[in-house]
Design a binder for this molecule. Structure first.
Ligand SMILES: [Zn+2]
Length: 180
């Protein structure tokens, strides 16, 4: 640090230095803005959501799919496959779903990333514990509430839970009738 006698040329040099620094700073922040406008890649989107979803999710094989499975429910965002032994095989995430697209294109939007992470939490529950929708949605809701999710997302997931639980009950009842 220089605290000696001051002269006008010294001041001028300082002023130039400051001007240069400010210039660099502006250039940097405008560069950052350009970068923010770029969407993430699909892999980066997954990684950002996985980081939020936690360690349990990171250990599960997750595949990015651009098409929903045949016969998949309307509005499907993810699904889980099981092997013949009944154990979880893979989790799939639909890259064209609104949750994935939002997390990909609005990377600074925490709620978008959180919603995608909650889809992962839901599927990871299926992967580890089976097909019970009430409990998979329960895990998803706990995760959302624990991370200060937007109320509308919580309400939305609650509605999906009610729908999925009713559909699952109907399917079980139908299977029972056939078995009789
Ligand atoms: Zn489910």
């Amino acid at each position: 640090m220089e605290l000696g006698s001051c002269c006008s040329s010294n001041l001028w040099i300082r002023a130039v230095r400051i001007a240069t620094l400010i210039g660099a700073c502006v250039a940097h922040s405008s560069e950052a803005r350009t970068a923010a406008a770029q969407p993430l890649t699909e892999r980066e989107t997954l990684n950002a959501a996985l980081f939020l979803a936690g360690r349990d999710a990171a250990a599960v094989p997750i595949v990015l799919a651009s098409e929903a499975p045949a016969g998949g429910a309307n509005g499907i965002q993810g699904w889980t496959t099981r092997g013949r032994d009944g154990r979880g095989e893979r989790v799939f995430l639909l890259t064209t779903s609104p949750a994935f697209q939002c997390a990909m294109h609005m990377k600074d939007n925490f709620q978008c990333r959180l919603k995608l992470a909650s889809v992962i939490v839901h599927e990871v529950w299926h992967f580890k514990h089976g097909s019970n929708e009430a409990e998979a949605y329960g895990a998803q809701l706990m995760f959302l509430i624990g991370h200060n999710a937007a109320l509308e997302d919580i309400v939305d997931v609650r509605a999906s839970r009610a729908q999925a639980v009713a559909a699952q009950k109907k399917a079980v009842d139908a299977a029972r009738r056939v078995a009789k």
